[in-house]
Write a protein that binds this ligand. Sequence first.
Ligand code: SF4
Length: 90
Amino acid sequence: MDGSKIFELDVTPELLSERGYKKYSGKDIDIYYNKDICQHAGMCVRGSSEVYEVGRRPWIIADNESATRNIEIVNDCPSGALKYIRKSEV
Ligand code: SF4
């Protein structure tokens, strides 16, 4: 699923906030997560246990991978519970 889009629209912080996504800020990329949409398929944790660690606070630390890798992992999320907004070119 394309993590930069939501219902074919480019994601914005406002749109994601309205739809219940919580922001996890990184230096180059912000990751957004919506727990109500998550299907607990675990693709994110398998993609990077450094970025996604259930039980840690915060459970998502974007800076533990490159922005490029973060985008790949977010796009692998099957439910659309993860989105991203890139802050700088990678
Ligand atoms: S990959 Fe997506 S649906 Fe699966 S656990 Fe992570 S956030 Fe939830």
